[in-house]
Structures are given as structure tokens and as C-alpha cells.
Design a protein around this ligand. Structure first.
Ligand code: ZN
Length: 185
């Protein structure tokens, strides 16, 4: 749960820290506004992927399920600047599947907290293995990091790509190839 009062105080202090006058018109409501916004941006802090991956349907065919191009927005935990892009999520069912919107919800739960792209990728794959009981999971994330583009090395448009495979995907390169083929790579 975001402590809005605490965030509000912190933002005020931060603005003072950079030499701003927090009483001027444009800034006077900013701390409260950011506190409200953080409730949304960090909503994943209270979320649990089990909530979505626990609601399953039975299937006969354990064929690969792929949901691609899931847009997400997250916050880099090193700079508290956004990173955002697309997640591609695949799994091999073990007699159980979830509604496709639940995969997007799962991405959301892990994206809406201070994050690292590598960790986000792994957490989604692990949730599919543990909470859905999948036989295998493969997740690819392509994202642009504001901490790379607006500061430091300043390389706008550069994409960071991370891939994680678990279970049957880890053992079977043929399945991995199928994943990339289905993505059109
Ligand atoms: Zn960063």
C-alpha cells in the first residue's frame, strides 16, 4: 500500500533538494499529485500473480500458448525512471490454461513496482511455472530505458532485450526456435 502522506513529504523534500521553491503556483500541488500517481504506478506492490494464474480452464492439448506484444510500463529501480516496451509470454500447459487477459495482468503485477528488466522477465516466467504449474515458460522483453536515453550514454531508441526460459523450454531448443518463429524473428 502506497503511503501517500509519506510520498508527498518526500517529493516536497526532493524539490527543495534541487533548489526549487515548493510554494510557487506550478509546484504547490505537485507532491500530492505524484503521491496519487504513484498509487497507480506501483499498484503491483500489492498484487499477486496467483490471483490471475489461479483461475484456470482444463485443456486436453498441451500446445504452446503465446501472447505477444503485451505493452507494459515499469520503473527502473536504480533511477526511478520509466522503462517500457513489449513483453512476449509463452508457456506449455500442464492440462490447465488461463484466459489470455490474465497473462497481461501477470505482466502488469510485476511491472508496476520498482524493477529491473532481467528480474521482471524472470518473475513472469517463474509465476507461470509456480502459480499456473506450466511444463515450461519462455518470456522475452524488449524495452527502452529512460535512464539510458535521457541521461548517461543517451542512446534514444536503443532496446534492451531479455529472454528467460524455464522447464521444457530450457531443455528443448526446438521449442525455443518455435517461440522465436511465432514471434516472427
Ligand atoms: Zn536505470
Amino acid at each position: 500500500m502506497v503511503d501517500k502522506e509519506k510520498v508527498e513529504r518526500a517529493i516536497k523534500l526532493l524539490l527543495e533538494g534541487i533548489g526549487e521553491d515548493v510554494t510557487r503556483e506550478g509546484l504547490v500541488d505537485t507532491p500530492a499529485r505524484i503521491a496519487r500517481m504513484y498509487e497507480e504506478l506501483f499498484a503491483g506492490m500489492d498484487g499477486d500473480a496467483k490471483e490471475y494464474l489461479g483461475r484456470t480452464f482444463t485443456v486436453q492439448d498441451n500446445k504452446m500458448v503465446l501472447e505477444k506484444e503485451i505493452t507494459f510500463y515499469s520503473m527502473c529501480e536504480h533511477h526511478l525512471l520509466p522503462f517500457y516496451g513489449k513483453a512476449h509470454v509463452a508457456y506449455i500447459p500442464n492440462g490447465k490454461v488461463v484466459g489470455l487477459s490474465k497473462l497481461a495482468r501477470t505482466v502488469e503485477v510485476f511491472a508496476r513496482r520498482p524493477q529491473l528488466q532481467e528480474q521482471l522477465t524472470a518473475q513472469i516466467a517463474d509465476a507461470l511455472m509456480e502459480d499456473l504449474g506450466a511444463q515450461g515458460a519462455m518470456v522475452m522483453i524488449e524495452a527502452e530505458h529512460m535512464c539510458m536515453t535521457m541521461r548517461g550514454v543517451k542512446k534514444p531508441g536503443s532496446q534492451t532485450v531479455t529472454v528467460i526460459s524455464r522447464g521444457r523450454f530450457e531443455e528443448d531448443t526446438h521449442l525455443q526456435e518455435m517461440f522465436f518463429k511465432m514471434l516472427g524473428r
